[in-house]
Structures are given as structure tokens and as C-alpha cells.
Design a protein around this ligand. Sequence first.
Ligand code: PEP
Length: 264
Amino acid sequence: MKKIYLYGNWKMNMNREETEKFYKDFGGQVAGDPALLAAMGKTLEVAVFPPFTSLAAAEGASKNLDKRTVPFLGAQNVYFEPKGAFTGEISIPMLKDFGCAHVILGHSERRTIFGEPDELIAGKVKAVLDAALVPVFCYGETLAEREGDKTFDVVSRQLRAALSGRTPGEAEKIVYAYEPVWAIGTGKSATSNEAQEVCAYSKKLIRELAGSAAMPVVVLYGGSVKPDNAKELLSMEAIDGALVGGASLKADSFLQIYKAYANN
Ligand code: PEP
């Protein structure tokens, strides 16, 4: 049975009121579907990643939902120190305080706009694992790198950096998200074959780096996933789910992506 992961990265969007509305519309709609999915031999894990300022609203709104339908709650970033003089940063204990189970790390917007290097991201991956949260580690090439035939070099460098010093047990707990930078927020998704090729390569490399050929590895694809392309992308053998940006902001379109799998 293939388990599918559907994660929504809200980026710097969604205030408290919009967050509460999303939970009402999305949570209410999916109620009952876990049983339907199980009957169809499918399992699904849904998570949303609001901005820090809406985590409390998301946590509060979850309390009104049937427990089986509450999405996991995650954050979009974190700093690895537990507390102290780090103005503007948020710690892992603070995220735990809101019930966060997942943290996105290494998103291309953090890498390019905020200059986060591989080593800093690797330190965050370690700290999140140490705290028993799930790192959602993002990686992927720019358009210039793809056109320069550098995709596999870049992906390899980013994965090696994140996994340096990690045990096989730790490598297995990470959710990997291949997100080609040229596909993020552009409306131009990778084709299902392009995404499959890099996700399959990633799985092989992760297993090699961990020294465990049979290790389960979860790799998501992200980059302009929409209701009309989700079904095909999610049907690819090496793709375990989707990290969705723009199309996760409205309960409607996120639900359509959910149903693309549920009805597949
Ligand atoms: C993302 O932000 O991780 C993302 C994939 O965005 P979008 O779906 O809007 O391309």
C-alpha cells in the first residue's frame, strides 16, 4: 500500500482569521475520508505549515475537528539553539509548545533570499531530529543549474551535506522534498518524468549514504503542484507525495489535490 504525503507550505500568507477558515473548510470536508481511504487500501498523511504567527490559531482550530481529520501541524523554519540572544529567531521548544510535529528546512527561498548555506541547514536537520520532530528537508536545482546539466551534482551536494554525520536511523526519519527552484511558484511544474527521475536518483543516493539498501525513504515532489497535475505526479513510483505552496492556501484547491489521490 502506497502511503501518500500531502503537505501545504503557506509561506508568508494566512493570518489568524484565514487560518481558522481554512481549518473549518478543509477539516470539515475531509471528515469521514480516512475510513474511505482505508477501505480503498490507501493511507494519507496531511500536514500544513502556517507562518509562526498563525500556529496558535491552527492549534486552536484543530481542537474543533474530529481527531482523525486534523492535519499535522508544522513550521516553515527554526533555529537550532534552544534559547537565548538570537533576535528574530524561533526555537524548537517554542514550536513544540504549539504542537508542531514537522519543520520545513532548507526551502529554496531560505537558501536564496536569506542566504542559508548547506552547513547551517544541516545543523538544523540534526537539532530537529534530536528533538524528535520530523525535518522536511528541501533541495533542488535552479534553472541555470538544470540547463547547465548540473541537476544531479547539486542534488547530490545538498543531500550529502544534510546527511553528513547522520545515522541510518536518522536518515530514515527525514522527509525529503525535491523542489526544483524553477518550478516553485512559477506555474511551470516539472513533468512527471523529470520529477520521477530526480526522486528515484535521490532515494538511491540517500540509501547509499546511509549504507542501507533496503531503508524506507520518503521523497516528496514540490513545484507548482495543482489540482490538475497532482494525480499524475502522485502516481509516479518514486514520488511519495507533494509539498504544495500556492495551491494549499485555499481549502478548495488543497482539497481537490487531496481528492486527486483519494479518488485515484
Ligand atoms: C513551495 O513553496 O514549496 C512550493 C512548492 O510552492 P508552489 O507550489 O507555489 O510552487
